[in-house]
Design a protein around this ligand. Structure first.
Ligand code: NAD
Length: 307
């Protein structure tokens, strides 16, 4: 069951992030994407990620030359041991692409979907070999953020989950096996809760996008790099920890502070959010912001290792 060669289907933000990580770990990678100009964008994205990966340390033999683009999905997946699907988040499209991958992949190859929200039982429904289909949900930038959520569907073989867990662990990731399949898995459920509330605050004119970002970056965000919501509150409860925290603030959970429904994404709200982000970044391109973020994340990851 050794994994030597990997295919990435869909070379957008996430597909290219996976490609960069797999290459840096010394794998041969085949990529495919039907979009015009996809190959050029893929090469540029890998090139942009490479300095960060060099700083993190490349595996022996790792090279961008070991990346190959195939225009046909059939050819791309036929001869690989592991397939990472990264096409747009649309159920009909994903089901079709996964069924195609399953039809052409060799026996024993693992098929992992990067889906942020769709459950694996739905994704594997049209596959002839659903037992090898799993969700492996990463976080952007995939080549630096270690977390990957692994979820099996009703027809997934538990041995495949274990094989995938070992594989992601071996490529310097933190695989988290999630026992129950639910829309949005775990990480994105938490992110969505904040995202919904942030949109409400902008929509209601309470705070700008810049103020909301500052309220995370200079506050909870600093703590979250080391501790999640539970341990953060455990420490905020004094010597009694979470016990005291719940006694003191438990009742406040019933206060109608937050709005749980998503606001309607009107043109006005969309424009306010887009203009807010453009104002915040003042002419810096996304590529420049990515570079700064990568440098910051590398230092943060080194720091996290020490604690
Ligand atoms: P994206 O729009 O950047 O890229 C999708 C790519 O898939 C495009 O290049 C498109 O041309 C290609 N594509 C479309 N149809 C295809 C087909 N039939 N075969 C092969 N390629 C095809 O999207 P993204 O942000 O990279 O998201 C991809 C997946 O990753 C989604 O399921 C998403 O939920 C998940 N994801 C996204 C993030 C994120 O932060 N962007 C994080 C984790 C997971």
């Amino acid at each position: 069951n050794e994994i030597k060669k990997i295919a990435v289907v869909g070379t957008g933000v996430i597909g290219n992030g996976w490609i960069a990580r797999f290459l840096a770990q010394g794998y041969d990678v085949v990529a495919t994407d039907p979009a015009e100009g996809a190959e050029g964008r893929m090469c540029a994205a890998v090139e942009h990620a490479w300095p960060a990966l060099e700083k993190m340390g490349l595996a022996e033999g790792a090279s961008q030359d070991r990346l190959h683009f195939e225009s046909e999905l059939k050819q791309a997946v036929a001869d690989v041991d592991f397939i990472q699907e990264c096409v747009p988040e649309r159920e009909d499209l994903k089901r079709k692409v996964l069924a195609d991958i399953d039809r052409h992949a060799k026996q024993g190859a693992v098929i992992a979907s990067s889906t942020s929200g769709i459950v694996p039982s739905t994704l594997q429904a049209d596959c002839q070999h659903p037992e090898r289909v799993i969700v492996a949900h990463p976080f952007n930038p995939v080549y630096l953020i270690p977390l990957v959520e692994l979820v099996g569907g009703q027809k997934t073989d538990s041995a495949v989950i274990e094989q995938a867990r070992k594989f992601y662990d071996s490529i310097q990731m933190k695989p988290l096996v999630i026992s129950t399949e639910i829309e949005g898995h775990v990480g994105d459920r938490l992110m969505e809760a904040i995202w919904r509330e942030a949109l409400h605050l902008v929509n209601d004119g309470v705070a700008t996008t810049e103020e909301i970002d500052a309220s995370i970056v200079y506050g909870p965000g600093l703590r979250w790099a080391l501790m999640g919501p539970f341990l953060t509150l455990h420490l905020a409860g004094g010597d009694q920890g979470m016990r005291h925290m719940l006694e003191q603030f438990g009742p406040a959970l019933k206060l109608p502070w937050t709005k749980l429904e998503a606001p309607e994404l009107t043109d006005e709200l969309s424009n306010r959010v887009i203009e807010g982000c453009e104002h915040q970044t003042e002419g810096q391109s996304v590529a420049e912001l990515n570079k700064r973020r990568d440098e910051f994340l590398i230092e943060l990851l080194e720091l996290l290792e020490k604690y």
